[in-house]
Design a protein around this ligand. Sequence first.
Ligand code: SF4
Ligand code: SF4
Ligand code: F3S
Length: 273
Amino acid sequence: VVSPKKPSVVYMSFQECTGCLESMVNSFAFRGGASIENLLLNIISLDYQETLMAAAGAQAEEQLANATATPNGYVLVVDGSIPQIANSGFFVSGGRSGVERFRAAAQNALAIVPVGTCASFGGLPKADPNPTGAVSIRTLMTQLGISKPLINVPGCPPIPEVITGTILYYLTKGLPSLDSLKRPKIYYGETVHDECYREEYFEDGPRVAVFDDKAARFGGCLIDMGCKGPVTHNACSTIKWNQGVSFPMMAGHGCIGCAEPDFWDRLNINGKK
Ligand code: SF4
Ligand code: SF4
Ligand code: F3S
């Protein structure tokens, strides 16, 4: 019996903090996601990932070249933003700039899945004053003239099951329905405010004015503490984190808007913007 070949996934990291990958490896078989062991051992063939693979140096570069050699042969998952000037020196790996590494790997990809707000929208590296000239994968693709199906999976980091669920969806059903920012509507169709269990206190209170006041201990709405839930599209209040255990507002802190573009600059986490 010949086993069918598992779909190939190439996962490359650029200007990132490894939080997105760390989130993904905590995925459970839950709400459309896959447990990480089932995903890696039974469903996909993860043919390149710098942090998880045993190979390093020249062997890793050789593996990357082999893994990306077949036209339409793999899904390219990317975390981190990329400095848009190829020779800026801000991101170099294996002797090549981020732009060159991405351009080469994107060429034969079936689809590209930027994971995390850095890859989806530029994220922390793109925050003002953006010394490295970081851009999102979508912006870089436009600049390089690369046209491929693109699915953004933002969040800083994204929810584990949203990462694996999006990859699984694409591999089994094709492109999901996307919003204008290329996010799958199944996970980003609503704001975290829409399903927040504190929503019933949004209009008439109680509203938290100071952490640990009476309203905070009651579980009141955090809007006056700067919660960005009403403008942040993500599945935190439905899928939640840690296998459905909790999410920021359940832990008593407002949403900081981590899945939205430019949240570091645009959504002031301490003020009332
Ligand atoms: Fe790290 Fe957040 Fe960027 Fe992911 S999106 S690489 S968690 S800074
Ligand atoms: Fe909306 Fe935030 Fe209030 Fe929850 S705590 S109801 S997300 S404003
Ligand atoms: Fe991020 Fe807000 Fe969810 S800060 S983790 S999108 S509740």
